[in-house]
Design a protein around this ligand. Structure first.
Ligand code: HEC
Length: 188
């Protein structure tokens, strides 16, 4: 019984501390301040578990992602993703350095996610992080191509990425056209 009282008192205190932080503005939302370790942990863990629980719905996408068009995926990636995430050997746009959380360079984190999880993240975005959803403007097919390419980014070297830019960077026939190319060039 004593333990139960202690337990509920602790929860009540915790809830009160939470409300005080929420109402007094004690928490600094400035993106120029890094996240406190505990909120970073809470956000990261929530993010990973949430995507993992929900991407099961996209399991049917896996086979389609394996068969997706990497060249188009690369071109879409250059057009929609490089200014935030950069790429091996390619810096993101200057204003991105102030973003909290910072969009990671995806060749370093691609192995943390399965292709259907990448598909889910790109389609739905990530709340409170600055990762936008592309599902409203891009077809599932386009997102599959992007997910397939991001999956291939795992451990890609700057030399390998540059070779892709030389081979595929022009984007002939692609609606992004030279725009996507010059964006990656600008970011370099
Ligand atoms: C406006 C900037 C922005 C754009 C554009 C953007 N992202 Fe993101 N993305 C983010 C941020 C910020 C995160 C970090 C989320 C976090 O860690 O909480 C993120 C996270 C991710 C992650 C999870 C990585 C990880 O382990 O944290 C993937 C995968 C991803 N983005 C893929 C993409 C792809 C593919 C595109 C292009 C279709 C894209 N993003 C476009 C900002 C952006």
């Amino acid at each position: 019984m004593r333990y139960a009282i202690g337990f509920f008192a602790a929860i009540a205190l915790f809830a009160m501390a939470g409300l005080i932080v929420i109402y007094t503005g004690a928490y600094n939302v400035a993106a120029t301040e890094p996240h406190a370790k505990i909120s970073r942990w809470a956000l990261d863990t929530t993010f990973h578990n949430s995507v993992s629980a929900r991407s099961d719905d996209e399991a049917a996408q896996l086979e389609l992602i394996e068969a997706a068009d990497l060249r188009t995926g690369f071109q879409e990636f250059q057009e929609y993703c490089v200014h935030c995430h950069g790429a091996p050997g390619v810096e993101p746009a200057g204003w991105v350095s102030g973003m909290t959380p910072h969009p990671p360079e995806l060749s370093r984190v691609a192995d943390e996610w399965s292709p259907d999880e990448i598909f889910w993240i790109v389609k739905h975005g990530v709340k409170m992080s600055g990762m936008p959803p592309f599902g409203d403007t891009e077809s599932d097919e386009a997102i599959r191509n992007i997910a397939a390419f991001v999956n291939r980014l795992d451990d890609m070297t700057p030399q390998q990425y540059r070779r892709l830019q030389q081979r595929w960077g022009g984007g002939e026939g692609h609606h992004g056209g030279s725009g996507s190319h010059s964006q990656a060039q600008d970011a370099q």
